[in-house]
Design a protein around this ligand. Sequence first.
Ligand SMILES: *Cc1c(COP(=O)(O)O)cnc(C)c1O
Length: 381
Amino acid sequence: MTNDKPTRPLASPIYPATVYCCDSPAQASRLLAGEVEGFIYSRDGHPNAQQLADQCAELHGARFATITGSGMAALSLALLSQLQSGDHVVVSHQLYGRSLALFTSEAERLGITATQVDSGDLSSVRAAVHEATRLVVVETIANPMLNVADIVGLSEIVHSQQARLLVDNTFASPAICRPLSLGADLVVESITKVMNGHSDVMLGLLCASSEDAWDRVPGTQTTWGYFASPMDCWLASRGMATLGLRVERAAANAEEVARWLVGQSQVERVCYPGLVDSSDHPLAARQLSGLFGNMVTIQLQGGLAAAERFISAVAQAIPFCPSLGELSTTLSHPQSTSHREFEQQQLQQLGITGGTIRLSIGIEPPAEITAALQAGLTALD
Ligand SMILES: *Cc1c(COP(=O)(O)O)cnc(C)c1O
């Protein structure tokens, strides 16, 4: 059945169809060769993924964009389309844990060598990049201490060796940073987090602007089977319609909450790139949109015992959910979740203790958030 009535729906339809009808062998052949636009088999593309990819491409100022079933799928699509046996990759040691595993142990199984660096130290990145290096991987705002990557500085180093810079922009979203405009070659987002924003869809984005960087992506995607469900794409498309509004509000809240936390005696340290005395603030002010994101990380006095008391005291208002970018404020405890497999020395290097709490600030009235945090801090006295 098609909609042959004179009106059209304002909200876009969902197309669960796995396959589309061809008019003739000649048309089928041209469709499959990509010589004419259109859909034929949904693993290769479908209208809902296309719509979401177009929205993402516009936000990132990207020429090419594609949607995958998760953020990790977008990262592995980047790996498989950019690297092959014998290549070398340089990765920030602050990458999301699964990303680090993907670009080190998984990549090594495929014959790709990896070097981990402190991507905040450009001289160590320069020293790690050599002729066999094809890819350098960093995050715009890294988990959990919220260090900001110098994308402009990194891209100069990376391009001096004919390698490509892949930036995972999940903590920022395109409302806060557009890495392609700063010199990155490829950008990944976990749409699951801030971009969808409603904690009900798992999807990823890979985008780029140069034909060179994109060359292998479509073929790799369809051959390795990186599909995204039409229903999920439709939901994410709806979530993304409010991205700018949500991010603006959450970032303003986060700034207010971070300033408030600085004045609290139970809090030893507040990490937020929007605080003017943060060491990353000048870089963040240059590279981010003037908003500094919705993530705030704090160190409580009293270590793990204090964190446990705090988490249980705020649990009703601020649930412990090890993800981020929800509508409402949530928190995570890196030492027991994202960084549980790290050695003591690595944790120390990153500045993570038992008292480290990562807050993902939502869009509630800010007074509600500070009241809940106040109750948690009072429980420590
Ligand atoms: C969550 C996350 C990912 C992985 O995304 P999924 O959608 O969970 O697969 C990658 N990078 C960062 C920074 C993340 O926070």
